[in-house]
Write a protein that binds this ligand. Structure first.
Ligand code: 3PG
Length: 207
């Protein structure tokens, strides 16, 4: 996997994961993998997220682990050092774009307007996270941009559920959708990794 666009082809659903306890990282990654989802976006929303990325990268090499919620240049550098295989941002600034490019990692930058998407395309970024998808026009937005921006591919994320994912995945400019529903907080807290595996199985069968 070398580009952001390759990332969109790994699984119909990119699991967006928030973990407090790094001890849950490896079993969560293994459950997703067992369910047929070979990718995990570990969000940098907890103090321990980098440690979770480190553990998954070291102990579950079969899954592609990336860092999500990269919002500063420092995040980008730290994620790369921790062994992240890709970076995802909710939106972009020039500083974050430069730092992400400097890591050399596949990168999925966030955009929610046509102008943002065009600026990213200008920088050679053709695979974008459409965030926050539901709040920014959902499938109507994506259908509308397919005409003027046919080369762009999206991973819509934000407010998408197992029920609404199929509508997004049916669009030609959607590679995958992102969502947190594969790793519900209560399942992680209860260490119910069987439930995560089942949700991953259902997600993997979406396309
Ligand atoms: C993200 O960071 O990509 C979103 O918070 C995930 O959105 P969801 O929780 O609505 O799936």
């Amino acid at each position: 996997m070398t580009t952001g666009s390759d990332l969109l082809d790994l699984s119909p659903v990119m699991p967006v994961v928030v973990l407090d306890d790094p001890a849950d990282a490896v079993p969560t990654a293994r459950a997703l993998l067992a369910g047929g989802v070979p990718v995990i976006e570990l969000t940098l929303r907890t103090d321990t997220a980098l440690e979770s990325i480190r553990r998954i990268a070291a102990e579950v090499p079969e899954i592609v682990v990336g860092a999500g919620t990269v919002t500063t240049p420092r995040h980008a550098r730290q994620a790369a050092e921790a062994g992240a295989g890709f970076l995802v941002t909710p939106g972009v600034t020039d500083a974050v774009l430069d730092a992400a490019a400097a890591t050399g990692l596949p990168f999925l930058p966030g955009a929610s307007t046509v102008s943002e998407a065009m600026r990213l395309a200008e920088r050679g970024l053709g695979a974008l996270k459409f965030f926050p998808a539901e709040a920014s026009g959902g499938t109507d937005f994506l259908r509308s941009v397919a005409g003027p921006l046919p080369a762009l591919r999206f991973c819509p994320t934000g407010g998408i559920t197992a029920g609404s994912a199929g509508g997004y995945l049916a669009l030609p400019n959607v590679g995958c959708v992102g969502g947190s529903w594969l790793t519900p907080k209560d399942a992680v807290a209860a260490r119910n990794f069987g439930k995560i595996e089942l949700l991953a199985k259902q997600a993997a069968a979406l396309r």
